[in-house]
Write a protein that binds this ligand. Structure first.
Ligand code: ATP
Ligand code: MG
Length: 509
């Protein structure tokens, strides 16, 4: 058992089942640390939300000023040090007895002795699992945060923080843990939509010394190489990608598609938009419908995204124990990005429902762009499939990891389905308020603490740990993202010609 460090004191509102202060008798206690105490309901675990020092000698401003303005020092003439106390404010998180955790309904009495919480108790309390994913360490406790894959991912996870606070780093740590799993432990596939190319370094062969080589477990797909196979698309699927079909156009297009699909099955081979256009031109459709239909197909062609077959095929896209990075960084057109995300997510979800592919984790960086709270259907092409996965995915082993620096812009339907949230530093008050409202169990003090987190420090809330827990995300084993290049190096690279793409861009323009 850990050594006793303090005693519960009596204040105006504490001790109560939701607030408890204690005075430190020996040693120190830090904000964010956990303490425990035994009383009638069992062992209570409390989070230290604040610590402050008091000293009677310095309580009255006018006396301190009067004494010290003459040049004398209080601490030289009085035993001030003996009257300095360290008081810790805590929030009782719960009580456990015989391995069962409950909320406290009675406070411990003033005078109860307080200990630093033991690692054994914290492990039980936060539902850590020895075989779980090692995400980091609980600061001041030397305790690894290990969360079972099932509880962290099954009911989806959201990674929320201001830019640069460490979201992608934390996501990379989760990927490493998933990639390092043995077959017997159960391995899932990971697919990440990567708008900034932050994860392509996982595919680096022979990364710098000390870093683990994940290239053998990484499939890198460049946006430019992605093709959507036209024969797989129904009229409704096409219409959901690009709006603009009238009911008549839909009906005629449906007939032509059905005819082409029939011919394909009879041995003519797959078809693309060019074939579709030709079939429309040669058909007997009324000219008033034909014109707009051909114009609509031309719009699809301009996207340069459709082909005879899917590339990559769904079975190449997701494999157990492998990471597929879909690098969208070379795409500027948000609509094209959305079409890719929507199409691939749909295929993944339906294929998993049929158990044709392994369980997977679908990771969406910049999630607020893909499933926004406020945007018309046309501007949020993939929102509905992401909402469907959020609602139903857990039944099939289709999990989501949403990453965003603007939680307030993220669809609340989707955010509410993320049963675990990992929150790193957030300073924007609107985002904080939104998070406070969407996660029960987060009080105003914890929210305050989120604003002062340093890079890589996180708060995990929700089903994975049951109680909010601050921790330091561990170092990564994989190569650092190239995206995080220091400004000095980027400037130097430009001047030494490495990034001088002027000619290329002029030609392009
Ligand atoms: N736990 C950590 N330990 C050490 N370094 C970290 C940690 N977390 C983040 N960093 C460093 O901080 C920098 C920013 O992290 P990261 O790229 O993950 O931020 P981000 O939240 O994804 O930002 P953005 O919104 O711009 O994508 C990186 O250089 C990264 O290496
Ligand atoms: Mg990032």
């Amino acid at each position: 058992m850990e050594k006793e460090i303090g005693t519960v004191i009596s204040g105006i509102d504490s001790p109560s089942p939701s607030a408890l202060d204690f005075v430190v008798n020996q040693g120190v206690v830090h904000r964010g640390q956990f303490v425990e105490l035994d009383y009638s309901e069992g062992t209570m675990i409390c989070l230290v939300t604040d610590v402050f020092k008091t000293n009677r000698y310095f309580e009255r401003a006018e006396s301190v000023k009067e004494f010290e303005s003459s040049g004398a020092k209080l601490f030289e003439q009085f035993p001030t040090a003996e009257w300095e106390y360290l008081v810790a404010k805590t929030r009782p998180l719960g009580v456990f007895k015989n391995g069962i955790t409950n909320r406290a309904t009675l406070p411990p009495g003033p005078g109860t002795r307080v200990r630093i919480a033991s690692n054994e108790n914290l492990k039980i309390f936060f539902h850590f699992s020895e075989e779980g994913l090692f995400l980091g360490n609980v600061e001041n406790h030397d305790l690894p945060v290990k969360i079972s894959m099932n509880t962290l991912l099954k009911k989806h996870v959201a990674l929320l923080a201001t830019s640069g606070a460490g979201k992608s780093h934390c996501a990379s740590v989760i990927f490493e843990e998933l990639l390092d799993r043995k077959k017997e432990a159960g391995r899932i596939g990971i697919i990440v939509f990567d708008p900034h190319g932050e994860y392509s370094s996982f595919a680096d062969r022979a990364p710098e010394k000390g870093k683990t080589d994940y290239s053998g477990k990484t499939i890198l797909v460049k946006a430019m190489d992605i093709k959507i196979g036209v024969p797989k698309l129904s009229v409704n699927a096409l219409d959901s990608l690009i709006k603009g079909l009238s009911p008549v156009m839909k009906r005629e297009l449906g007939k032509i598609l059905a005819d082409l699909q029939k011919k394909m099955r009879s041995g003519k081979g797959p078809f693309d938009l060019l074939d579709l256009k030709e079939a429309i031109s040669n058909s007997e459709i009324n000219e008033n419908t034909k014109g707009p239909l051909l114009a609509w197909i031309s719009e699809l062609q301009d996207l340069n995204l459709f082909g005879k077959t899917d590339n990559p095929g769904i079975f190449d896209l997701v494999q157990p124990g492998k990471l597929t990075v879909i690098d969208l960084s070379e795409l500027i057109d948000l609509r094209k990005k959305q079409i890719i995300v929507s199409y691939i997510s749909k295929r993944l979800f339906y294929a998993r429902r049929e158990k044709a592919i392994p369980p997977f984790l679908l990771v969406l960086e910049e999630a607020h762009q893909f499933c926004p709270q406020q945007a018309s259907e046309e501007m949020a092409i993939c929102r509905s499939i992401i909402q469907t996965i959020a609602r139903e995915g857990r039944k099939f082993g289709a999990s989501l990891c949403l990453i965003s620096q603007r939680p307030i812009q993220l669809s609340t339907t989707v955010l509410a389905q993320c049963n675990t949230q990992i929150i790193l530093r957030i300073t924007n008050p609107y985002d904080l308020k939104h998070i406070g409202e969407s996660s029960e169990g987060l009080d105003s003090r914890s929210l305050d603490m989120i604003t002062s987190l340093r890079v890589g420090e996180a708060l995990i809330v929700g089903e994975a740990t049951h109680y909010p827990l601050f921790f330091k995300v561990r170092q990564r084993k994989s190569a650092e993202s190239r995206h995080e290049m220091p400004l000095e190096k980027a400037a130097l690279d430009f001047e030494t010609g490495k990034e001088d793409k002027k000619k290329e861009i002029e030609e392009f323009l």
